[in-house]
Design a protein around this ligand. Structure first.
Ligand SMILES: O=P(O)(O)OC[C@H]1O[C@H](OP(=O)(O)OP(=O)(O)O)[C@H](O)[C@@H]1O
Ligand SMILES: Nc1ncnc2[nH]cnc12
Length: 179
């Protein structure tokens, strides 16, 4: 069995990148290239779960950002046997919602969280595939706080270090791979 660094190196080598997508000047990192290989997908899932289990004090809920965060957040929540709560793009969640707008590397958007989906003071792990400017994760953390929860840790697979996104997020951030 490979150690964690070897597992991460294997994943790193298999993340595809596309220049000028979705806009000129953006180098797009495509996590779906990892999911096409079941061995790598299993490896990535195992690393994410190990890391989530190591967080102290323990997390009580997993949330994730629409859409690529949904590929990973539910896997962690199921393994830890704790609730999963989606944070979706505007207009997709029924019932009463909290709403916050934000900017990201290649545009602007609005995210929503269902009222009552997070308990007061609950320690939430917020999951996404990638941290660029940090706009999306910061927005997710703000929604969790507005709902009364504690955005205890953000967990991403890829961090684009040059964009200094973590400076925009006043919470604990774990990234598996720095580019
Ligand atoms: O750090 P930031 O500059 O905010 O950028 C990171 C966000 O951008 C991407 O999502 P996108 O909004 O493109 O949505 P998708 O998952 O639906 O493709 C990515 O999955 C992150 O959520
Ligand atoms: N460079 C990038 N690649 C993939 N997803 C992103 N989201 C924001 N910036 C991104």
């Amino acid at each position: 069995m490979a150690n964690r660094q070897e597992q991460l190196n294997l994943i790193r080598e298999n993340i595809a990148s596309y220049p000028d997508f979705p806009k000129k000047g953006i180098l797009f990192w495509d996590i779906f290239s990892v999911l096409q290989n079941p061995v790598l997908f299993h490896t990535l899932k195992d690393v994410l779960i190990q890391i989530a289990r190591e967080i102290t004090p323990p997390i009580e809920c997993v949330s994730a950002l629409d859409a690529r965060g949904f590929l990973f957040g539910p896997l962690i929540a199921l393994d830890l046997n704790i609730p999963f709560v989606p944070i979706r793009k505007k207009g997709k969640l029924p019932g009463e919602v909290l709403t916050v707008s934000y900017s990201k590397e290649y545009g602007e958007d609005t995210l929503e969280l269902q009222l009552g989906s997070i308990k007061k003071g609950q320690r939430v792990l917020l999951v996404d595939d990638l941290l660029a400017t940090g706009g999306s994760l910061a927005c997710g953390c703000e929604l969790i706080k507005k709902a009364g929860g504690d955005p205890a840790t953000c967990l991403v697979i890829i961090e684009l270090e040059d964009l200094k996104g973590r400076e925009n997020i006043p919470h604990n951030i774990i990234s598996l791979l720095k580019f």
